[in-house]
Design a protein around this ligand. Structure first.
Ligand code: PLP
Length: 433
């Protein structure tokens, strides 16, 4: 296979309907040099990181920003009146502004810092859900969801007597829009769907689904955890009420993420946790809460990692999300073609619109065994259920091997994966795994 075929310079005009990228040329090998962790050997082989859907690696710019925060700015925010408190507060609020810009929100008041996508969805289920969901109401999710976008709604249904309804997918792992249209009805209170499936890589028609939900009078949540590292997102273009993401899946630190909430929806919501930081006045009789977003950020937040997330956003914007999307699109096609040459490999998830993920099973080989064998070759992939058991079971499997891409991956990485799979299959099938 021609490795050089994709070493192309992606031009802005190749990316239709998207804003001009900051830089018209993209060199994945140069980008890779920004990530010190990638410059090492594992089991004596150069590390090839293809577990990006689980977490992404961090560029030096993010590592440096975290170090600078702790070396020069560390303080609690908002409360103390001294120089370091002012510096830390400025850095934290600048990160909020960067996050606002990154997701295209209208106002920083719509950006709540949380621990990650899981906490963001739980916040909505516990705060908005308990206020608005009643017995007989319906909550709609899709078959593609990560457990983080299933379990909190199940818990809410168990508490309230509401009903969870699930939009099916077709044999390629694409949303059945006809079935979705049939599911929507006047009892539908919330539609919560992923923008990109972590198990299959399907890109859902989220904007269309949000519009349909709104016509049915439902509130909408879009789970952007797997989307934001691969493509530009804009919450206003999506039209959703809530949008969630995790910093560690977009080259930022762990333990920090975002909940975007449309102003009118957030303002009507009661806090889910109480404590410091989220109040304007407390007496034993009564507490007055801060407006959003502070009312949802009780206690001392993850200040340093919010600042680190801001640095990750700066880094991504310097490359340009449209440039990343175009490069990864080619990379995914290249990877798919490579995997199709491996005998007995069944790709799970063959949607027309995919991002970042290649899930497969290998005839006659256990997925954990394939994962371990790839690890011995220095290739890190995930094998397991990917916290998305319902969608894997929909395709008749309990687990898959899941290489997942980022812009620092190259065609050489994928050639190494394909070659390793040819060898591994040969060895494992011979051994009877
Ligand atoms: N949603 C999707 C689509 C995911 O892939 C994940 C994590 O893999 C999550 C939500 C949960 O993210 P986190 O564990 O960072 O909270």
């Amino acid at each position: 296979m021609e490795v050089g075929a994709l070493s192309v310079q992606l031009r802005a005009e190749q990316v239709p309907d998207l804003p001009l990228p900051a830089s018209p040329a993209f060199d994945p090998r140069a980008a890779r040099r920004d990530f010190p962790i990638l410059n090492q050997t594992v089991h004596g082989k150069p590390l090839i990181w293809l577990d990006n859907a689980a977490t992404t690696q961090k560029p030096q710019a993010v590592i440096d920003r975290l170090a600078r925060f702790y070396a020069e700015e560390n303080s609690n925010i908002h409360r103390a009146a001294h120089a370091l408190a002012a510096r830390a507060t400025d850095a934290y609020e600048e990160a909020r502004e960067k996050a606002r810009r990154f997701v295209g929100a209208a106002d920083t008041g719509e950006i709540v810092f949380v621990r990650g996508a899981t906490e963001a969805i739980n916040l909505v289920a516990k705060a908005w859900g308990r206020q608005h969901i009643r017995e007989g109401d319906e909550i709609v999710v899709t078959w593609l969801e990560h457990h983080a976008n299933i379990v909190p709604w199940q818990q809410l249904c168990a508490e309230t007597g509401a009903r969870l309804r699930v939009v099916p997918v077709d044999e390629d792992g694409q949303i059945r829009l006809d079935e979705y249209a049939r599911l929507l009805n006047p009892r539908t209170r919330l539609v919560s769907l992923t923008l990109v499936s972590n198990a299959l890589g399907t890109v859902t028609p989220a904007a269309e689904m949000v519009a349909m939900a709104r016509s049915a009078g439902a509130v909408t949540l879009v789970d952007g955890a797997q989307a934001v590292s691969h493509m530009p997102v804009n919450v206003q273009a999506l039209g959703c009420d809530f949008f969630v993401l995790s910093g560690h899946k977009m080259f930022g630190p762990t333990g920090i993420g975002l909940l975007y909430g449309r102003r009118e929806v957030l303002e009507g919501m009661q806090p889910w946790q109480g404590g410091g930081n989220m109040i304007t006045d407390v007496t034993f009789e009564k507490t007055v809460y801060q407006p959003a977003p502070m009312r949802f950020e009780a206690g001392t937040g993850n200040i340093a990692d919010a600042v680190g997330l801001g640095a990750a956003i700066d880094y991504l914007e310097r490359i340009g999300m449209p440039v990343i999307a175009a490069y990864e699109h080619s990379l995914l096609e290249y990877a798919t073609a490579g995997l199709s040459t491996v005998p007995g490999l069944r790709l799970i998830g063959t949607a027309r619109e995919k991002a970042g993920v290649l899930s497969f099973v290998l005839d006659g080989c256990r997925t954990e065994e394939v994962g371990r064998a790839l690890d011995r070759e220095g290739i890190a992939v995930r094998s397991g259920h990917h916290c998305a058991q319902p969608i894997l079971r929909r395709f008749g499997v309990e687990s898959t091997v899941r290489p997942s891409l980022a812009f620092y991956n190259t065609c050489e990485d994928l050639d190494a994966l394909t070659a390793a799979l040819h060898r591994i299959r040969h060895t494992l099938v011979r051994r009877g795994h």
